[in-house]
Design a protein around this ligand. Structure first.
Ligand code: CP
Ligand code: NVA
Length: 315
């Protein structure tokens, strides 16, 4: 192992929710990721996970998460094994517990994208190696790590940053709420009635000091914001609710016309994929104030930092 001293020393920990991390650890993770990005660009190739193996379980589709975890493992000297649900049938062909008990004998970590968050918790309970949440119906902490790297790079600081989230209070929004608690960023969510973030996550984050407000009018959230963020209205697994959701979210489509209401330094963010014509128009994603593809790029560096923190050696 080479120098991993800037990363939080969380060897053996799971990465399931930012709610499990504290402000110092999360800040160290962000700065470690930015350092790894700088070093990679300078030609430095720290092999922090030499010969390590990551199992990647996917119950759902993915472009960014799948590519960047695979590339991150390769660039850190290890490799990954792709296990799609069609092949392994977690909880269908074989119990989640037995999948965990097999994988722990072969690999150094498991990254899983699941429908139920419960599946991730079961994997983590039974596997003796770290389990990383690559998105569940409840949370998407890896995405928020990349998003906060992007915010730090854009503004140079997180102090005083105001973030507006417009849309569905689903997995990405829930992780925004958790992130607000560990970063001090002030978060205003504009969601239609009935689509608020998870009440328990909200209550816990507020108890940890998060400055989170919920409004119904998107314009109220965006006014003076430094970042305007949106996510799809119809998440993977919610396709049957398409018509109901399209009706509920009428008036929540982000267009560049809204950007003028942000602060002069305000940027547009989206985790992708985008459903054009629903939560956003194509011109917003490709606008000069959009940092959407920086977010996507930073998934790679975020994942390197997460992997090295939980799977790396302390030696
Ligand atoms: N944002 C994100 O997680 O992208 P994928 O679904 O393509 O992995
Ligand atoms: N909320 C979206 C995020 C995709 C990265 C979904 O769960 O489909």
């Amino acid at each position: 192992m080479t120098d991993a001293s800037d990363l939080p020393a969380l060897q053996g920990s799971d990465f399931l929710s930012l709610g499990d991390w504290d402000a110092t650890q999360f800040r160290a993770l962000l700065e470690g990721a930015i350092d790894l990005k700088r070093r990679w660009r300078a030609g430095d190739r720290p092999r922090l996970l030499q010969d390590a193996t990551l199992a990647m379980i996917f119950e759902k589709q993915s472009l960014r998460t799948r590519s960047t975890f695979d590339i991150a493992m390769y660039q850190l000297g290890g490799h990954s094994v792709l296990l799609s649900q069609n092949f392994i049938g977690v909880g269908v062909r074989e119990s989640t517990r037995d999948v965990a008990k097999n994988l722990e004998r072969w690999v150094d970590g498991i990254m899983a994208r699941t429908y139920g968050h419960r599946t991730l918790l079961e994997l983590a309970e039974h596997a003796d190696v770290p389990v990383i949440n690559g998105l569940s119906d409840l949370l998407h902490p890896c995405q928020l790590t990349a998003d906060y790297i992007t915010l730090l790079e854009t503004f140079g600081t997180l102090d005083g940053v105001r973030l507006a989230f417009v849309g569905d209070g689903n997995n990405v929004a829930n992780s925004h709420v958790n992130a607000a608690a560990v970063t001090g960023v002030s978060l205003v969510l504009a969601t239609p009635e009935g689509f608020d973030p998870d009440p328990e996550i909200l209550a816990t984050a507020r108890a940890r000091g998060a400055d989170v407000t919920i409004v119904r009018d998107p314009r109220e959230a965006i006014e003076g914001a430094d970042a305007l963020y949106t996510d799809v209205w119809i998440s993977m697994g919610q396709e049957e609710e398409t018509e109901r959701r399209r009706a509920a979210f009428t008036g929540y489509t982000v267009t560049p016309a809204w950007f003028d209401a942000m602060s002069p330094r305000g940027v547009f963010m989206h985790d992708l994929p985008a459903h054009y014509g629903e939560e956003v128009v194509e011109e917003a994603v490709h606008h000069e104030r959009s940092v959407v593809f920086d977010q996507a790029e930073n998934r790679l560096h975020a994942h390197k930092a997460i992997l090295a923190s939980v799977m790396g050696s302390t030696a």
